[in-house]
Design a protein around this ligand. Structure first.
Ligand SMILES: C[S@@+](CC[C@H](N)C(=O)[O-])C[C@H]1O[C@@H](n2cnc3c(N)ncnc32)[C@H](O)[C@@H]1O
Length: 174
């Protein structure tokens, strides 16, 4: 699997701050390279950059992104656009086809997604045809695309590293 970035649409400042932050945290933890945010929110950007500083890796976050331009530029550069939506084709049927792609932009929405996106995306993919959330759909998508390898990811440059422990909270020096 090559580059995987996330595009977060429909973020409403204040109201969606927590969910959008969690979209970015899930994206980072499960192996995406970074996230484009189609809205302005310096607070979300700051909190994710702070996580990257403390927990390592090179995840990027960029706000004030124009979503249509982002999708079009991605496609012009030879990338593949995957829109996660409960109306799309089942993930398990499409995953082998998507896994072969070098550069993937995963698009997740919030309350309402522009209808135009369905036509612009190379794949409209559902993670079950039941409504749930951008965080759960993204997490499952990344797990399927990396086939579980995200569990072995390393995050170079961390100040904080956890030592897994049965009974408590342990940290070790990086
Ligand atoms: C809370 S949902 C709202 C969806 C909105 N009602 C619509 O029709 O586009 C927010 C986002 O979660 C993701 N999502 C929710 N359920 C999904 C599913 N079953 N499969 C894939 N993505 C899903 C989609 O990216 C969606 O834009």
């Amino acid at each position: 699997v090559g580059t995987i970035s996330v595009l977060r649409l429909g973020h409403r400042p204040f109201r969606d701050q927590r969910v959008t932050t969690h979209v970015a945290l899930a994206a980072r933890a499960f192996g995406a390279d970074g996230m484009f945010l189609a809205a302005e929110d310096a607070g979300v950007v700051r909190s994710i950059e702070d996580v990257v500083r403390r927990w390592g890796g090179s995840f990027f976050i960029k706000d004030q992104i124009r979503w249509r331009r982002c999708v079009q530029d991605w496609k012009s550069a030879g990338g593949t656009v995957v829109h996660l939506t409960m109306y799309g084709m089942p993930l398990h049927q499409a995953i082998d086809d998507i896994r072969g792609r070098e550069k993937i932009l995963v698009v997740v929405g919030a309350e309402k997604v522009p209808g135009e996106l369905y036509g612009l995306a190379d794949f409209n993919i559902s993670v079950t045809s039941q409504p749930h959330s951008e965080i759960s759909s993204l997490a499952l998508f990344l797990d399927r695309i990396f086939d579980g390898e995200e569990f072995s990811l390393e995050f170079p440059g961390a100040d904080v590293v956890i030592e897994p422990d049965r009974a408590g909270k342990k940290r070790r020096d990086p």
